[in-house]
Design a protein around this ligand. Structure first.
Ligand code: ADQ
Length: 411
């Protein structure tokens, strides 16, 4: 049989309210991550590394910087009809924006019809992970599934943030029940403190997907949501299967990082995922050359580490430092520094610093996320006194992570 023709749809229209203030003026998939990356780079890298060559990104909410990132970064060769195209909501079916992720696909059916694929892979855009979709597509075809949902075990305490999958004991690949964000999820038989969560990634036969979103569009009772409406419909007909990420072996991955997947929907999980990058033996390895994570190739000088004005040396350890950064005589520990960051005789510990932020002499930044172009004045402190942080209008999470929004001057 000829290899199936595969089309990719990346759902990138979500607001990401729980990541405020980082999503105050950018879509969640456009949020910077891990120094030079944006969240969407992980989903797109997985699709491209899996051999997909026609991928559309459906955007809607505050999509300017996301659209610009995609068009500047994700330029595939034009000769072979290879593309990653950002498609903003266009009100093709009347004067309305996308009312849900299934409606986003319904409004984009012309893109699928133009390519005539056999299989459509639909993925979210706000997770950090590594996954070979070819293996999931093979399982989908072998099962003769209507839809295949990617699943991964997650702590039961997080069940109300995910679609929760219950499998058929007689055939553990078949989904017996799917509940979107249940408040009363049951644990797994072999692991009572875990559930099998949907990763929000789906494989469909193209004609089956088109029929499903057209039918859903005619149903006024539907919220037009992939997880809330489309998947449960397939489950009711016995046509939904699960593909467990634990079966996925990406080229070049080690035992330690073979199953990595993180939902970074909250400040806490966004922060924790950064900590996963920086240890000597990270559970998420950005240095796996067999499964590269692509992002914009910036024309910037290398990072530089120099003595400070008093001639003192610094110490940078367990950290990622991006291109264009200049660090003079500072203590940087367990932190991720974005591009063109400038830090002068300061202490930055357990923190994530986005591009072009400057931190002045004698400043202290602890357990904080600083958005781009923040200016921390000499001697200022962030994450040291949470009351003082709140008084200055910064977000402080329950676990004590301080977030400073874009462009703020901290004194
Ligand atoms: P959520 O992430 O809560 O749960 P949703 O808000 O629909 O679901 O977002 C899914 C993806 O679609 C995200 O990438 C988002 O950016 C995008 N999106 C949302 N609304 C959109 C719209 N109108 N137009 C275009 N894109 C849109 C989903 C599933 C759960 C699953 C989790 C995994 O519904 O079952 O467990 O993802 O994180």
């Amino acid at each position: 049989m000829a290899a199936p023709k595969i089309f990719g749809i990346v759902l990138a229209g979500g607001e990401g309210k729980r990541l405020m203030p980082l999503t105050a003026d950018r879509a969640k998939p456009g949020v910077p991550f891990g120094g030079g990356y944006r969240l969407i780079d992980f989903a797109l890298s997985n699709l491209i590394n899996s051999g997909l060559r026609q991928v559309v990104v459906l955007t809607q909410y505050k999509s300017h910087s996301l659209d610009r990132h995609i068009s500047q970064t994700w330029r595939l060769s034009g000769m072979l009809n290879a593309y990653v195209a950002s498609v903003p909501a266009q009100q093709r079916l009347g004067k309305r924006w996308f009312s849900g992720s299934a409606d986003a696909i319904l409004q984009s059916l012309n893109l699928i019809r133009d390519e005539k694929p056999d299989i459509v892979v639909v993925v979210g855009a706000d997770h950090v992970y590594r996954m070979d979709f070819r293996q999931m597509i093979d399982a989908h075809i072998a099962n003769g599934a209507g839809v295949t949902v990617a699943g991964i075990r997650q702590p039961i305490a997080l069940a109300d943030q995910f679609g929760v999958i219950e499998t058929d004991p007689a055939n553990p690949q078949r989904i017996a029940a799917f509940r979107e964000k249940p408040k009363d999820a049951q644990g797994l038989a072999d692991a009572p403190h875990e559930v099998l969560a949907s990763m929000g990634n789906y494989v469909f036969d193209a004609d089956v997907l088109m029929d499903a979103v057209i039918r859903d569009g005619e149903n006024d009772d539907s919220d037009h949501d992939m997880g809330g409406d489309i998947v449960p419909d397939f489950v009711n007909r016995g046509e939904a299967f699960v593909y467990d990420l634990n079966h996925n072996l990406v080229p070049g991955a080690t035992e330690r990082d073979r199953f990595y997947w993180r939902d970074v929907g909250t400040i806490e999980s966004f922060f924790d995922a950064h900590q996963d990058l920086i240890s000597a033996l990270p559970v998420f390895n950005l240095y796996n050359a067999e499964w590269p994570i692509y992002t914009q190739q910036l024309n910037m000088p290398p990072a530089k580490f120099v003595r400070d004005a008093q001639g003192r040396t610094g110490n940078v350890v367990d950290s990622i430092v991006s291109l264009g950064a200049v660090v003079s005589g500072s203590l940087i520990e367990r932190s991720v520094l974005g591009t063109a960051v400038t830090i002068e005789s300061a202490e930055v510990v357990d923190s994530v610093v986005f591009e072009r932020t400057t931190i002045g002499a004698g400043a202290v930044v602890r357990r904080a996320i600083l958005d781009k172009e923040v200016v921390v004045a000499p001697g200022a402190q962030v994450g040291v006194d949470h009351e003082a942080d709140r008084a200055r209008g910064f977000t402080v999470t329950e676990t004590g992570i301080t977030v400073v929004g874009k462009g703020i001057h901290v004194v």
